[in-house]
Design a protein around this ligand. Structure first.
Ligand code: NAP
Length: 250
C-alpha cells in the first residue's frame, strides 16, 4: 500500500495513559491523526480516548505491557491489520528504577532495559514492515537528556536511553531508503508523575542549570513530536532533539 497525503495517518503512542504520552496523543489527534493509545492501564486510556473524541479527534485503545516482550510484535501487527496501515510510532512508555550504581541490582538494571529499550526495539521492528510497504513512516523514540549526558543515580535508565539513540540512528540508516525517518526526542526535566517526587533541592539545582529556568511541560514535548512525525519533516532523520529548556545545549 502506498500512503497518500489524503489518507488518515495512524499513529501508535505507547505510554499514552498519562504524562508526556497523553499530551503527544492529544496533539497528534489535533493534527488529524488517528491515534492508537497504548499502555497497561486501559481505564486511563479510555479516559484519554474520550477526551480526544470530545474534541472531534479519532482514537482507539490497545492494552500493551512493554515488560511482556513476547506479546509486543503481535500487538503491533494487530494495530496495523485493524487500521490497514501504521504511519507513526512514538515509543514513549518508560520507567525508572533509580539507585546509585553501587547499590543497583542486576534485576533493576535489566528491567529498565527491557521496558525502555527492548520494548521500543520490538515495536520499531514490528512497525517497520507496514511502513516499508507504505513507503512512509515516522519513528519517534522518546529518550532523555540522561541518555545524552548521564545522570547520577540513573545508570540503568541512562544506559537504556543512550541505547535508544544508537538504535534509532541504526534504524534511520536501514530504513531511510524506504521513506521512513527515525529520530529521538530527548526531554529534560518535565512536570509529570515521573518527576513529581524529586526533592525540591534537586529541582532547584536543575533549574539553576537550565537557560530557561523552568521545568518543561508535556505539551513542550508534544509540539516537538508533532513536527518530527509530520509529513513536512521528511528530510530529518537520525537526529537527537533535546527539548530541555537549554539544560544540555548539545
Ligand atoms: P509517566 O508520567 O511516568 O508515564 C509513563 C507512561 O508509560 C504511562 O502512560 C505508563 O502507563 C506507561 N508505562 C509504564 N510502564 C509500562 C509498561 N510496562 N508497559 C506499557 N506502558 C508502560 O512518564 P513521563 O514523565 O510521561 O515519561 C514519558 C517518557 O518520557 C518516558 O520514556 C520517560 O523516560 C521520558 N522522559 C521523561 C522525563 C520527565 O522529566 N518526565 C524526562 C526525560 C525523559 P501505564 O502505567 O498505564 O502502563
Amino acid at each position: 500500500m502506498v500512503a497518500d497525503a489524503g489518507a488518515k495517518r495512524v499513529a501508535l503512542i505507547t505510554g499514552a495513559s498519562r504524562g508526556i504520552g497523553r499530551s503527544v496523543a492529544m496533539r497528534l489527534a489535533q493534527s488529524g491523526r488517528h491515534v492508537v493509545l497504548a499502555a497497561r492501564t486501559v481505564e486511563a486510556l479510555e479516559g484519554v480516548k474520550q477526551e480526544i473524541e470530545s474534541h472531534g479527534g479519532l482514537a482507539s485503545v490497545q492494552a500493551m505491557d512493554l515488560s511482556d516482550s513476547g506479546s509486543l510484535q503481535a500487538g503491533v501487527e494487530k494495530i496495523a491489520a485493524d487500521h490497514g496501515r501504521l504511519d507513526i510510532v512514538v515509543n514513549n512508555a518508560g520507567i525508572t528504577k533509580d539507585n546509585l550504581a553501587l547499590r543497583m541490582s542486576d534485576e533493576d538494571f535489566l528491567e529498565v532495559l527491557r521496558v525502555n529499550l527492548l520494548g521500543a526495539f520490538i515495536i520499531c521492528r514490528a512497525a517497520a514492515r507496514p511502513m516499508m510497504r507504505q513507503k512512509f513512516g515516522r519513528i519517534v523514540n522518546i529518550g532523555s537528556t540522561s541518555g545524552v549526558i548521564g545522570n547520577a543515580g540513573q545508570a540503568n535508565y541512562a544506559a537504556a536511553k543512550a541505547g535508544l539513540i544508537g538504535m534509532t540512528k541504526s534504524l534511520a540508516r536501514e530504513l531511510g531508503a524506504k521513506g521512513i525517518t527515525a529520530n529521538v526526542v530527548a526531554p529534560g526535566f518535565i512536570e509529570t508523575d515521573m518527576t513529581a517526587n524529586l526533592p525540591q533541592e534537586v529541582k532547584d539545582r536543575v533549574l539553576e542549570a537550565m537557560a530557561l529556568r523552568r521545568l518543561g511541560t508535556p505539551e513542550d514535548i508534544a509540539e516537538a513530536v508533532a513536527y518530527i512525525s509530520s509529513d513536512a519533516a521528511g528530510f530529518l532523520t537520525g537526529q537527537v532533539l533535546c527539548v530541555d529548556g537549554g539544560l544540555t545545549m548539545c
